[in-house]
Design a protein around this ligand. Structure first.
Ligand SMILES: Nc1nc2c(ncn2[C@@H]2O[C@H](COP(=O)(O)OP(=O)(O)OP(=O)(O)O)[C@@H](O)[C@H]2O)c(=O)[nH]1
Ligand SMILES: [Mg+2]
Length: 319
């Protein structure tokens, strides 16, 4: 892989950014090392964006929303990067690419950069690569990074742990409780957005909004910010500006009371912990002695000749 021109990348050159992301996504050991060096060099230039996570069940309108929201942000003079985290789907990447038809104007706009989900990675998996890609986009001058995920797996938790503001898109459907979104995800949301508040669904959307307002009221004020419920129509471009003003409000408050930086520090510490445990596991299970002794110890445990704890300790002691 050719070397990456830092100046060119920082000036916002798209080819240079794309090359850097490809490097970061590569699983080859040599590339991994080169990628880490690049990231360390760019670290001081990263971090200057607002990172927004967007989740919701298939069909809720995430792509349509991102098209409308992204174009609105661009109209305010911002540069917008859209990343996807979708480790569960074998079609990962395919989906957001196919989605470019729903993000037609955004995907062609010079101030937008859309990147599909990386295919399953090793260390830290897709989440690690998305984090690294986010840093690269920031170094390349993107002011807003939108991280999209389908709300049907574990990836929502990973996305919530890497963004500053996390929003869950919902359908107008007051009777349908959580619509397949896990309660734990709702608890992480800084905003619930009831999309498709248009046509015959306007009243239902308002009803749904009140329903969640009442429910959220019971859930949390976990910090200075009380989660907000808002309706919009991504299709008709309605209330898209109100959603941005809500996020701006959050951002200003969070920066003002230091929770913005604090929350990013916490995220970095927690992520380091995750990576540490993952590396440890890799190291343990890759150790030749551990591999050699594992079957015999497993058999001993099965035959009740030793306890699971004693066997596990014997293996750990080999490190
Ligand atoms: N009436 C109405 N329809 C919408 C709105 N937003 C999206 N849709 C429609 O809902 C359908 C799904 O929209 P998408 O944007 O593809 O939804 P998605 O969440 O990205 O779906 P996946 O990519 O499958 O997870 C499409 O037919 C859209 O045209 C809206 O605000 N109002
Ligand atoms: Mg989509």
């Amino acid at each position: 892989m050719a070397t990456i021109d830092l100046q060119l990348l920082r000036s916002g050159n798209r080819r240079s950014l794309a090359k850097a992301i490809t490097l970061v996504e590569s699983s080859l050991e040599g590339h991994r090392q080169q990628a880490q060096e690049l990231l360390e060099q760019l670290l001081p230039a990263s971090g200057n964006s607002i990172r927004i996570g967007i989740t919701g069940i298939p069909g809720v309108g995430k792509s349509t929303f991102i098209e409308a929201f992204g174009l609105y942000l661009i109209s305010l003079g911002k540069k917008v990067a859209v990343l996807a985290v979708d480790p569960s789907s074998p079609l990962a990447g395919g989906s957001i690419l196919g989605d470019k038809t729903r993000m037609e104007l955004l995907s062609r706009h010079p101030d937008a950069y859309i990147r599909p989900s990386p295919s399953q990675g090793t260390l830290g998996g897709v989440a690690q690569k998305t984090r690294e890609t986010m840093l690269l986009c920031e170094a390349a001058g993107y002011d807003v990074v939108l991280v999209e995920t389908v709300g049907v797996g574990q990836s929502e938790y990973q996305v919530a742990a890497m963004v500053d503001f996390f929003m869950v898109l919902m359908l107008p459907n007051a009777g349908d409780e959580l619509q397949g979104i896990k309660k734990g995800i709702i608890e992480l949301a800084d905003a619930l957005v009831v999309n498709k508040a248009d046509g015959e669904s306007i009243n239902l959307a308002q009803q749904t909004k009140r329903h969640y307002q009442n429910a959220l009221h019971l859930l949390k004020p976990h910090s200075f910010w009380s989660p907000q419920v808002i309706t919009c129509s991504a299709q008709n471009n309605e209330n898209i500006d109100a959603i941005w003003s809500l996020i701006s409000d959050f951002y200003q408050q969070a920066v003002g009371n230091n929770t913005f930086e604090e929350s990013r520090s916490k995220q970095n510490k927690a992520w380091m912990q995750t990576l540490l445990l993952e590396l440890l596991q890799q190291k343990l299970l890759g150790n030749p002695e551990v591999k050699r002794l594992m079957p015999a110890l497993q058999k001993k445990v099965i035959d009740a000749e030793t306890t699971p704890l004693a066997a596990a300790k014997a293996l750990i002691s080999l490190l």
